[in-house]
Ligand binder design. Structure first.
Ligand code: AMP
Length: 261
């Protein structure tokens, strides 16, 4: 299944339902990119990231050039590839822009292959028409398919309010909100008991950039999947009562017409 929706629409609680009900594995390109950005930040690499991007050709300079620069500064680090992927992701994520299709598709295919191309709930991918076509071709090639798109719908202004108050646990990924869904003590994760953090890209300016990217690229990406005959179930991202049971029920009602057997 694919879960789509604006960044901050409320995808994660719906994904939690699909994972629990159907034993699917969440594959989130945003989380993968954040892991690599973490590797990049930990590496201590310093310097201007601009020089690795060829803006005229709208592409990064060759990988071996970037890896060479990383090795030159940090010595023979064994995870130079992770540092390089983090560098590429950070260059775009920092400003709320999408990471280019070539890097995203390559990384997605690598993780998709780890589960033999099935049993996943895809989160944040595909997000451009090019990524949708890449996914459809990859599925056709591997003899698998997308069964359903679950579209989480929400209004822009509500998303801005929700996203700015969003706090997450770095360890288990649980999502809270300072006003709508605070943790028990308002500061630490209920499960891991470590301080909750705010994502670096959850500022108003970056949220607005992500919304613009959504209209520009993710809406046509959904159209590509729809045109290929994949059913789309719609679910509200904002519920009058936000309990786990209310979320579960709204998801199950939305997808029940498409469940077989
Ligand atoms: P998310 O956590 O899904 O909101 O993703 C955070 C950021 O990661 C986005 O704003 C993009 O910069 C990047 N990203 C995640 N998934 C994709 C994708 N499929 N294509 C391009 N960029 C992505």
């Amino acid at each position: 299944m694919v879960v789509m929706g604006k960044s901050g629409a409320g995808k994660q609680p719906r994904i939690d339902v699909l994972v629990k009900e159907f034993g699917l594995v969440q594959l989130s390109t945003g989380n993968i990119f954040r892991e690599y950005v973490g590797a990049f930040d930990r590496s201590g690499f310093k310097g201007d990231l601009e020089r690795f991007y060829d803006a005229e050709r709208d592409t990064f300079v060759p990988d071996d050039v970037i890896i060479g620069a990383i090795r030159e500064q940090l010595g023979n680090v064994d995870d130079a590839r992770s540092v390089m992927l983090g560098l590429k992701a950070k260059y775009f994520m920092n400003s709320g822009r999408f990471v280019p299709n070539s890097s995203t598709n390559e990384l997605f295919a690598e993780y998709f292959s780890k589960g033999d191309y099935k049993g996943f709930v895809l989160d944040g991918y595909p997000r451009t028409p090019d990524q949708s076509s890449f996914l459809l071709d990859l599925c056709a090639d591997k003899g698998t398919k997308v069964d359903l798109v679950l579209l989480v719908e929400n209004e822009d202004e509500l998303i801005i309010e929700r996203t700015m108050g969003r706090r997450i646990c770095k360890k288990c990924g649980k999502v809270y909100h300072v006003k709508f869904k605070p943790s028990k003590d308002g500061m630490n994760c209920d499960i891991c008991n470590i301080p909750l953090i705010q994502r670096a890209d959850d500022t108003e300016e970056k949220i607005r950039t992500r919304l613009a990217e959504y209209y520009d690229k993710a809406v046509p990406a959904l159209a590509v999947l729809e045109k290929a005959g994949i059913p789309v179930a719609r679910v509200p991202g904002n519920l009058p009562v936000f309990t786990d049971e209310a979320v579960r029920e709204s998801v199950m009602i939305a997808i029940s017409p498409y469940l077989k057997g």
